[in-house]
Ligand binder design. Structure first.
Ligand SMILES: Cc1cc2nc3c(=O)[nH]c(=O)nc-3n(C[C@H](O)[C@H](O)[C@H](O)COP(=O)(O)OP(=O)(O)OC[C@H]3O[C@@H](n4cnc5c(N)ncnc54)[C@H](O)[C@@H]3O)c2cc1C
Ligand code: SF4
Ligand code: SF4
Ligand code: SF4
Length: 375
């Protein structure tokens, strides 16, 4: 494994755009200090000197950068918020369905688990990264190698805390033979796609990306303090859910519920400037809105996702039902509004050009219509 790591090329050129001072300092000023950072840790995993860390309060930092940073620029290359291209809307898809796994228990219909279990059975991947938890709901990354491991209910289900998926993904791509499956919120998936665009090993070794819908997330320690103050005993907690505007904590002997709006004060800055609800870059996106209770909404975007869905259907592993896309679209529109929280100077050039072109097209269309109406 050591030799394999050494052959991976983490040292890359600094982006064309002229930057003054060390690359790390630029990343810190532009992304971390401005609150755009999503704590994906892509910068930390590519840093060849291993100096970037995620501190206990989950700040991304490089405490000894002055002595140790070699100014290679890899951290900037890996950061999906350096040149921020906001994503939004429902995105392209080839199938939209609601599903409920007959084999697993999950947050909703356990379709995320079913997709990964089926991909393992098909031999498409030989490991899948899951965000599980310890007995106090700290997120823990599991490398799942067999379908039986997925009967563990700590592995499935939603944890409303940032999870360090990408550093584990680096370990997974180094050891996999058949390929890796990865699950994540839109910021994790965007981080995966950025790594794939910059580093061949991620392009070659990641075979399935299952994305979750996402409106917000929290830092573990802040969430924990918040829930404890609301009377939640994390050792007794069996499920956390955000549904119909309420945060619901279900414990073994009681339930605590309150409006999720009350938690606005602990929503991290990175989420406030995030516009992607439906996880538009995933191969398959899964969420709870849009389906009846106990089912997951499944948005199949890529052929690989369709292949796995067909396998699930052939094997009779899940029940299926209809989706109501309007409610998903309503939430995508709501999240798109956060674009106003991104300062203009941080938007990518590509995004600004696209936006300009769209505006011009719209104006041309309106002018043409006005002209036709007056003739
Ligand atoms: C932070 C967060 C916010 C969400 N917000 C919404 C929302 O607003 N609306 C909506 O419809 N759906 C939302 N979801 C998705 C929803 O909660 C379910 O995950 C989804 O419906 C899939 O259910 P399932 O039963 O198919 O998944 P399961 O089969 O239970 O599998 C879920 C898998 O998700 C992964 N996971 C859990 N927590 C995290 C995490 N913190 N980071 C990365 N991966 C994780 C784990 O690998 C887990 O096994 C959110 C999910 C997360 C993690
Ligand atoms: S060594 Fe390279 S990757 Fe690490 S902080 Fe410095 S510029 Fe970034
Ligand atoms: S968004 Fe990710 S890659 Fe960019 S600075 Fe934050 S943790 Fe690093
Ligand atoms: S709201 Fe955006 S930044 Fe926050 S966890 Fe969800 S996908 Fe990531």
């Amino acid at each position: 494994m050591g030799t394999q790591t050494e052959t991976l090329e983490w040292r890359v050129k600094i982006p064309e755009k002229k930057i003054e001072g060390k690359a790390w300092l630029n990343l810190k000023k532009r992304v971390i200090d401005t609150g755009l950072c999503t704590h994906c840790s892509a910068c930390a995993l590519v840093c060849p000197v291993g100096g970037i860390i995620s501190s206990p309060n989950q700040e991304i930092d490089f405490p000894e950068w002055e002595e140790n940073c070699i100014d290679c620029g890899a951290c900037i290359r890996a950061c999906h918020r350096w040149e921020y291209t906001p994503l939004y809307d429902l995105g392209d898809y080839i199938d939209l369905t609601a599903g409920k796994s007959k084999r697993f228990k999950g947050q909703d219909g356990a379709m995320v688990t079913e997709f990964m279990a089926s991909a393992l059975e098909m031999g498409l991947i030989d490991r899948a990264l899951f965000v599980g938890r310890d007995d106090e709901w700290r997120p823990v990354i599991y490398h799942i190698r067999s379908v039986d491991q997925l009967k563990n209910t700590r592995v499935t289900g939603t944890k409303y805390s940032y999870a360090s998926v990408l550093p584990e993904l680096k370990k997974a791509v180094e050891v996999t033979k058949k390929g890796v499956g990865v699950i994540g919120t839109p910021c994790i998936v965007t981080g995966v796609r950025k790594l794939q665009s910059e580093f061949k090993v991620f392009r070659d070794k990641i075979n399935l990306v299952v994305g979750l819908f996402c409106m917000e997330n929290f830092y573990y320690y802040q969430l924990r303090a918040y829930l404890e103050q609301k009377g939640v005993d994390l050792k007794k907690l069996v499920k956390m859910d955000i549904t119909k505007g309420k945060f619901i904590a279900t414990m073994t002997d009681s339930k605590v519920s309150f409006p999720v709006k009350e938690m606005d004060e602990i929503v991290p800055h990175g989420c406030e400037s995030c516009t992607d609800f439906a996880n538009v870059l995933a191969d398959v996106s899964v969420g709870s809105v849009g389906s009846k209770a106990g089912y997951s909404t499944v948005v199949v975007r890529a052929e690989v996702g369709k292949k796995v869905l067909d396998y699930i259907k052939d094997k009779g592993y899940a029940d299926f039902s209809k989706v109501n896309p309007e409610i998903i679209e309503k939430l995508t529109k709501l999240k798109k509004k956060r674009i106003k929280n991104i300062p203009e100077e941080y938007l990518s050039v590509a995004f600004k050009e696209d936006r300009k072109k769209n505006r011009e097209n719209k104006e041309n269309k309106e002018n043409k219509e006005n002209k036709e109406n007056t003739e």
